[in-house]
Design a protein. Structure first.
Length: 323
């Protein structure tokens, strides 16, 4: 006779870093504190390398290189490689050269400060310089950014950081790990029984509260990553304009998309997040594009209609109790 194995317990910690909510869940509660310390150290390193809002970051230093090749840390080189790979995979709809466009619409500081700023902005169509103008030489560890081009890794860096942290923590601690950075979720190691239950929702809110507004769905994740991008969460008004943080590289302006949120599951969180951002920019053809790539996705239109691609789990039926 065999005895059923008891479900693995989990423990969680939640705090803020990189301008967003950090959530760490581990399958061994005794390891939560040590994993949390390691996660904090890793995110601090990512912030120092990749932040667009820190004058002392490595990324900000690239603004003063005047088109010369410069050596960067292995960490920033990896982050740039992920960003350039995402640009190529999404036909340039996710482009790290939108930094100046982000500044122009007022997103030039931590988002908590953006909402409090009342400076006027002048909106005009201006195509991003283009990711192909950035040269990364992994063999020499150097990057060349043309004069006047400002980089923004917002579409890939947090998701990549979640992937990197989840893998490192799982290998170090030897347990199952979930890392979520603002909803960009990566898992690694042995998952809990039945997988990691992750709620996908249209309205940002506490993880332990069912959303009072907007549709939501719960999926089980055993490996890889899951990301959601939308035009509702990070919004602000400036000079009569209603703005948000998803920029169309073709115009340099906040994208006008038929979708309010897009969620995608992929082999890792970085790929998932790049696909969600690209889907918002691609607009009406996004579902076909995601289907062609074989990516399970959930797209929610502004009027609430939900469209899913093959592989996305069907919602569980609601059963009425018998009289």
């Amino acid at each position: 006779m065999t005895t059923a194995r008891a479900p693995r317990p989990t423990a969680a910690a939640e705090w803020r870093a990189l301008g967003t909510t950090v959530r760490l869940v581990v399958t061994d509660p005794a390891l939560l504190d040590s994993c949390n310390l390691l996660l904090a150290r890793q995110l601090a390193e990512v912030d120092a390398a990749c932040s667009r809002f820190r004058a002392d970051s490595e990324l900000a230093a690239l603004d003063t290189t005047h088109g010369r090749p410069v050596r960067v840390s292995p960490l920033l080189a990896e982050a740039l490689a992920v960003a350039l790979r995402a640009a190529e995979a999404t036909d340039g709809t996710v482009d790290p050269t939108v930094g100046s466009a982000m500044d122009a619409i007022g997103y030039d500081r931590d988002f908590t400060l953006v909402r409090e700023d009342d400076r006027p902005v002048s909106l005009r169509v201006r195509r991003a310089p283009g990711w192909r103008r950035v040269t990364l030489d992994r063999a020499t560890g150097t990057v060349t950014v043309p004069e006047g081009v400002r980089l923004d890794l917002g579409a890939t860096a947090k998701a990549w950081a979640a992937d990197r942290a989840a893998r490192t923590l799982a290998e170090t601690a030897g347990c199952g790990v979930l890392v979520s950075l603002g909803g960009d979720t990566a898992v690694a190691g042995e998952p809990p029984a039945g997988g990691w239950r992750v709620r996908v929702q249209d309205i940002t809110g506490p993880v332990d509260e069912t959303p009072a507004q907007g549709s939501y769905d719960t999926v089980c994740l055993r490996s890889g990553g899951l990301a959601t991008s939308g035009t509702r969460a990070r919004r602000w008004q400036r000079g009569g304009y209603d703005l948000h943080h998803i920029v169309d590289p073709r115009t340099g302006l906040p994208v006008r998309s038929p979708w309010r949120t897009v969620s995608v599951a992929a082999a890792d969180c970085a790929d998932a997040n790049a696909a969600t951002t690209a889907a918002l920019v691609k607009g009406a053809g996004a579902a076909r594009w995601l289907t062609r790539l074989g990516l399970p996705a959930r797209l929610v239109a502004h009027h609430g209609t939900v469209v899913t691609t093959p592989g996305w789990p069907a919602p569980l039926p609601v059963l009425e109790a018998a009289a």
